[in-house]
Design a protein around this ligand. Structure first.
Ligand code: SF4
Length: 393
């Protein structure tokens, strides 16, 4: 591990100014395992929680010993799992450790919150430095919440948001899922009505993906939602959210002006971020790596001097261009070909430009003012468009 970190740190010194980077902290435990979940998470226990806390503090110090001379941390994101299982003093302790070990200019500190836990902790989380709450609501339709087995009611989500507003939280995001078994023609209206009442600053809408090897696959097999029906539902959300004052800025994300998620935009804009905790991914310079996923394996490796990696890649400039295009095209604003050329002067972009022109002739891409972007009404088939651009160019 040390050799890898040294190699990355050495590369970062080539650019003599410190770079702004996001910090992602992965909390891998949940109250229960949701039947549709394919993320890396296991059931919360007091002892493993305690061990994670001491491990992540060690990992913050280890990472800082290599990277603190080169990075300024400007966003922190507590993701999971269910990081709202962290008590406010624990979140405060982690933020204090980040401040102690890195130079920080924190503009955004996000905590993912599960509506089943947390209403009474909101005020204290805000007090220790969290300034953005990403609430995994999923749906305000009780029938859908039952199908998903989320273990809370719409009233609990509403109570949580009301608590947050009362505690003067200024940046609240609500995540919804769409295209699910159990949805009725009313589900969309119920969700939009709830959003209208609660007025969050940010809304995400996700379609269910990757159902292989998860228990929910059986529910899906009994009452599948066709691709066409899911696409139609997504399109309705897209248009209605835009109409109601949450302009879309990414395939699944909508926000009031000024409230786009700074941390997640680093992923889409191919900007640097450091991920700590089991299964967390990082991208610094032209390196990408992913920590070991199992909390036990991760902890053992941290205790022996640094995280083990399940994947470590050094990307060529051509591979980096593909990464930039694949993630940048998720943004509604698209990607500037000039910026891409400036960033990777040694890469010949003519093949991509030619293919982009061909796709724009079929209405699958838009090319204007030096920008290439996917027309929003084609976002639903973005994966095919991106792979056509990247692998046929
Ligand atoms: S709360 Fe999220 S991470 Fe945890 S099991 Fe459910 S979907 Fe997975």
């Amino acid at each position: 591990m040390e050799a890898f970190y040294n190699c990355i740190a050495q590369r970062l010194t080539e650019d003599r100014t410190k770079i702004e980077a996001g910090l992602y902290l992965h909390y891998p435990f949940c109250l229960r395992k949701c039947s549709y979940c394919h993320f890396s998470s296991s059931i919360h226990e007091r002892e493993t929680h305690r061990l994670w806390l001491s491990g992540i503090i060690d990992e913050i110090q280890q990472a800082a010993s290599f990277f603190s001379d080169y990075l300024v941390i400007d966003t922190v994101y507590f993701g999971g799992g269910t990081p709202s299982l962290l008590a406010p003093d624990e979140v405060g302790k982690l933020l204090a450790s980040v401040r102690l070990n890195f130079e920080v200019k924190l503009q955004e500190v996000t905590l993912e919150v599960n509506p089943a836990i947390g209403a009474e902790r909101i005020r204290d989380w805000l007090q220790v430095g969290v300034n953005r709450l990403s609430i995994g609501a999923q749906s305000f339709d009780p029938a859908v919440l039952r199908v998903l087995g989320r273990g809370y009611t719409p009233e609990q989500i509403i109570r949580l948001v009301e608590e947050a507003i009362e505690a003067r939280a200024e940046n609240i995001g609500l995540d919804l899922m769409a295209g699910l078994p159990g949805e009725s023609s009313r589900t969309l209206e119920v969700n939009l009505e709830a959003l209208k009442e609660l007025r969050p600053q940010h809304v995400s809408v996700y379609l269910l993906e990757e159902l292989d090897n998860v228990p929910f696959g059986k529910v899906w097999a009994k009452s599948p939602v066709s691709e066409e029906a899911a696409a139609e539902t997504y399109e309705k959300y897209r248009l209605r959210l835009e109409d109601r004052g949450w302009p879309q800025y990414e395939i699944s994300n909508f926000s009031r002006p000024g409230y786009q998620c700074r941390h997640n935009k680093k992923y889409w804009k191919y900007q640097p971020f450091l991920g700590l905790g089991p299964s967390a991914s990082s991208h610094l310079g032209n390196f990408r790596w992913t920590n070991l996923a199992g909390p036990g394996d991760w902890l053992t490796s941290v205790q022996s001097g640094g995280p083990g990696f399940s994947e470590f890649l050094e990307l060529s400039p051509e591979e980096e261009v593909r990464e930039c295009l694949a993630s940048g095209l998720r943004l509604k604003e698209g990607i500037s070909l000039q910026e891409l050329a400036d960033r990777f002067p040694g890469v010949n972009l003519s093949g991509f430009e030619l293919k982009a022109r061909e796709l724009s002739g079929c209405g699958l891409l838009q090319l204007s003012d030096g920008l290439v972007r996917i027309p929003p009404e084609k976002f639903i088939i973005s994966n095919s468009i991106i792979s056509e651009l990247l692998y046929q160019a």
